[in-house]
Design a protein around this ligand. Structure first.
Ligand code: 6R9
Length: 574
């Protein structure tokens, strides 16, 4: 395949830490990477120490670790300041009696306080559950309940969505805001921080001790608490080097919220483990403010998502011309299939190839990627990173030859892989049902040069604007609406969001279809669960297709939607 911009590719390759992909694969050893961390001396570890304190205690003390801006705030923090602020927060938690292994949720917008809180929680050994600020009450309750969380850090504005009285384990609410009235179990973040010491005895962890709980959706049941451990740092540090290509001179911007795994693994850990300066932009997306962010901080490495690139593409090439994007030297994408068209557009207007990367909440870190040093093929997710083996296997675990579509599977283990699904060993086991493999739930094929090509989900999980939505969670909310008898939810293809949520609904006696009712039902999900889970389209049906055992057949709904044959109907009810 011809390369439209040899010069740029060469320039990028020159920066790469990887050198040649094949040579790196051959000489690879995880042990070599492990040796760079504290446990080589002590046998103990802490992610927050390696990401922040290690630099604060060395030559990078006065280097900016975090640039933060939104429409009202404009701040920066050095590694030294990040250390002191996270220490303070660790002390706030200790004073409240919170200790190693306790589950703490962080439910607030992306501001510096979120980062102090997350790092401080890790420093005392707590297990952090980051939550999107867009979550509504049901989503918040399910997650706190499932993990028996003892504390939540939130804002006064979001507090109404935390059903404190209904969560017996939840003992502490730390409020980030002004004019907080402290009460039993209720704390004023700023006041507590001010009173807390800057010195903290860090909790030294075993590498297999818990660090994060990221809730994510499957096709059935409530969201699963994917459990990650401190050992993941090996993976984040290494992929930060070879995939993000980060070094201490970089100003890096990951646009993901920490409520999503990309916002922790690659919005917090990978950049800071590598001593890079991290940029966080708060507030809502707008093409103008995003481009301004790149220009203002002279961002060098930028990690975003296909939906965002498609929206930027939609904003037009003119918007780019007014902005100086010359600092950019490496651009990456994750979360959904990256259209070749978007890659070509990126070449044209940014002079940059957007590098696709594939991984999941469960994998904890990047596994199949396009490297700076690799000749990338637009539309392909790239190749497995050195140290990881991926393959396409059939339903019995047999490896399939090139160009055959099948289950995308990874040979176990790798350092950042999840260690359990909270409270649900059976769900965890399902991922490893083919001995020796982690089964991703994605289908793909590999070409004859070892590049992987994404084909779709094997299950019914919906990917809307890069966010995983479990149809079951939405259906459960829908049937709580007084007008809804039954609901089936599918992902409908959409040019910008990848997929949008479409609900097929049968109504209860006494309700008639109307546009108002559709709007009301959609609002009900938006306000009860979250905006991104709300159906953008609703279609009323007298009856939904069901199996004889009563399961709604989403496959048939999807076929209706796409005007495709409905496939095997042998299990349908009538
Ligand atoms: C990190 C993250 C995981 C699911 C995954 C797949 C889809 C992610 C992709 C991609 C095509 C890519 N996905 N990266 N599909 N190309 N480069 O996204 O985690 O939110 O758990 O989603 O997203 O379907 O299985 P998560």
């Amino acid at each position: 395949m011809s390369n439209p911009n040899e010069e740029i590719m060469k320039a990028i390759a020159a920066h790469s830490n990887l050198g040649s992909y094949d040579a790196a694969r051959e000489n690879f050893s995880w042990q070599e990477i492990e040796r760079q961390f504290t446990w080589s001396d002590t046998g103990r570890i802490n992610m927050a120490f390696e990401a922040i304190d290690r630099h604060a205690d060395s030559g990078l003390k006065d280097k900016v670790a975090l640039y933060y801006s939104d429409d009202n705030r404009d701040e920066s923090y050095t590694f030294g300041e990040m250390k002191r602020n996270s220490n303070r927060f660790g002390n706030v938690l200790r004073k409240a009696g919170i200790a190693k292994g306790d589950r703490i949720f962080i439910f607030m917008p992306r501001t510096p306080e979120l980062y102090f809180a997350l790092l401080g929680s890790l420093k005392i050994g707590a297990i952090v559950g980051p939550l999107f600020e867009a979550f509504m009450e049901t989503a918040v309750r399910d997650r706190l309940e499932d993990s028996s969380a003892v504390a939540i850090i939130t804002t006064p504005a979001l507090l109404s969505r935390v059903p404190v009285g209904e969560l017996p384990s939840l003992k502490h609410v730390i409020l980030v805001g002004h004019d907080i009235e402290p009460a039993e179990g209720r704390y004023d973040f700023y006041k507590e921080m001010e009173e807390a010491s800057e010195e903290l005895q860090i909790e030294w962890m075993d590498r297999e001790d818990g660090m994060l709980l990221h809730y994510t959706s499957g096709s059935t049941g409530k969201p699963k608490g994917v459990y990650h451990v401190h050992n993941a740092m090996i993976h984040h540090y290494y992929t930060g080097k070879i995939v993000l290509d980060l070094n201490e001179n970089d100003v890096y911007w990951c646009t993901a919220d920490p409520g999503w795994v990309t916002g922790t693994s690659y919005g917090i850990f990978a950049p800071w483990l590598n001593g890079a300066t991290n940029v966080v932009r708060g507030g809502r997306f707008s093409p103008q403010s995003w481009y301004k962010t790149i220009e203002r901080y002279r961002i060098t490495v930028w990690y975003s998502a296909p939906t965002a690139f498609r929206m930027l593409m939609g904003a037009g090439d003119e918007a780019v011309k007014e902005i100086d994007l010359s600092s950019l030297r490496h651009v990456l994408s994750v979360g959904e299939p990256l259209n070749p068209e978007v890659v070509r557009w990126g070449m044209k207007v940014y002079g940059q190839r957007i590098h696709d990367t594939w991984w999941m909440t469960e994998t904890g870190g990047q596994l199949i990627c396009n490297y700076p040093s690799m000749d990338i093929k637009p539309g392909s997710m790239g190749k497995p990173i050195p140290g990881v083996d991926a393959a396409i296997v059939d339903d019995n675990g047999k490896v399939l030859p090139p160009f055959r579509m099948g289950n995308l599977a990874i040979r176990t283990p790798w350092p950042a892989m999840m260690r359990k699904v909270w409270n649900n060993p059976a769900k965890y086991e399902e991922y490893f049902r083919l001995t020796g493999w982690y089964v991703s739930g994605d289908s793909a094929y590999m070409d004859d040069e070892g590049y992987f090509w994404f084909q779709g989900r094997v299950d019914d999980v919906i990917n809307t604007a890069g966010e995983r939505v479990g149809p079951f969670e939405v259906e459960s909310k829908l049937v709580e609406h007084p007008a809804v008898a039954e609901a089936g939810v599918i992902g409908k293809p959409d040019p910008v969001r990848g997929e949008v949520i479409k609900a097929f609904i049968s109504l209860r006696e006494g309700y008639a279809p109307s546009e108002e009712l559709k709007a009301d039902i959609s609002k009900f999900v938006k306000e009860g669960l979250s905006a991104h889970a709300a159906p953008r389209e609703i279609e009323f049906k007298d009856k939904l297709p069901k199996t004889r055992s009563g399961k709604i057949m989403r496959r048939v709904l999807k076929a209706w939607e796409l005007n495709l044959p409905s496939g095997d109907m042998s299990t349908i009810e009538d």
